[in-house]
Design a protein around this ligand. Structure first.
Ligand code: HEC
Ligand code: HEC
Length: 125
C-alpha cells in the first residue's frame, strides 16, 4: 500500500512538471500593461472574454499577448477607461458597471430593444 502511494505521488509530480513545461505563463511577467494591475490581469481577461462572447484572439495577436497590433486591444483599453469613468460618477463611487453591463455576451451592444421584444400589453379598459 505504501509503495502504491509513493508511486502515485511520483507520477503526479512527473505529470505536474510536464504541465509546467507546456510554456511560460503569459500572466507571470506582463510587459505591456498600461491600465490593469498584473495581479488582476488574468481575472480581467476571463471577464472580457465572457462579457463580449469572444476568444482571446479577438483582441490579441495569436501567440503574443503583449503586442498591440490587434486594434481591438486598444479599443478595449478605451473601454476600460470609459467604464472606470462611469463608475467614478456614481454617487457611492462603487463599481456598478462592467463590460458585461453593456455587452451582455455580444461584441456590439444593442442600442435598441430587439424587434422581437414583446410590446407591453395594452391596459384593459
Ligand atoms: C476585449 C479584449 C480582450 C480579450 C477578449 C482578451 N484580452 Fe488580454 N488584454 C486586453 C487588453 C486591453 C490588455 C492590456 C491591458 C492594459 O494595458 O492594462 C490585455 C493584456 C493581456 C495580457 C498581458 C500581456 C502583456 O505582456 O502585457 C495577457 C497575458 C492577456 N491579455 C491574456 C489574455 C487571455 C489569455 C485572454 C483570453 C482568456 C485574453 N487576454 C482576452 C484585451 C483583451
Ligand atoms: C457603457 C456601455 C459599455 C461598456 C461599459 C463597455 N462597452 Fe465596449 N462597447 C460599447 C458599445 C456601444 C460599443 C460599440 C461602439 C462602436 O461600434 O463604435 C462597444 C464596442 C467595444 C469593442 C469593439 C467591438 C467591435 O465590434 O469592434 C470592444 C473590443 C469593447 N467594446 C470592449 C469592452 C470592454 C473590454 C469593456 C469593459 C472594460 C467594455 N467594452 C465596456 C459599450 C460599452
Amino acid at each position: 500500500m505504501r509503495l502504491f502511494v509513493s508511486l502515485w505521488l511520483l507520477l503526479s509530480i512527473a505529470l505536474f512538471a510536464q504541465e509546467a513545461k507546456k510554456g511560460p505563463n503569459p500572466f507571470e511577467n506582463p510587459k505591456n500593461l498600461k491600465l490593469l494591475q498584473p495581479a488582476n490581469a488574468r481575472q480581467a481577461m476571463q471577464a472580457f472574454r465572457a462579457a463580449l462572447g469572444v476568444q482571446c484572439v479577438y483582441c490579441h495577436v495569436q501567440g503574443d499577448f503583449a503586442s498591440d497590433d490587434n486594434p481591438k486591444k486598444n479599443v478595449a483599453r478605451m473601454m476600460i477607461t470609459m467604464a472606470r469613468q462611469i463608475n467614478m460618477n456614481f454617487p457611492d463611487g462603487k463599481q456598478h458597471v462592467t463590460c458585461f453591463t453593456c455587452h451582455r455576451g455580444a461584441e456590439e451592444p444593442l442600442i435598441e430593444a430587439p424587434a422581437t421584444a414583446e410590446a407591453p400589453k395594452e391596459a384593459p379598459k
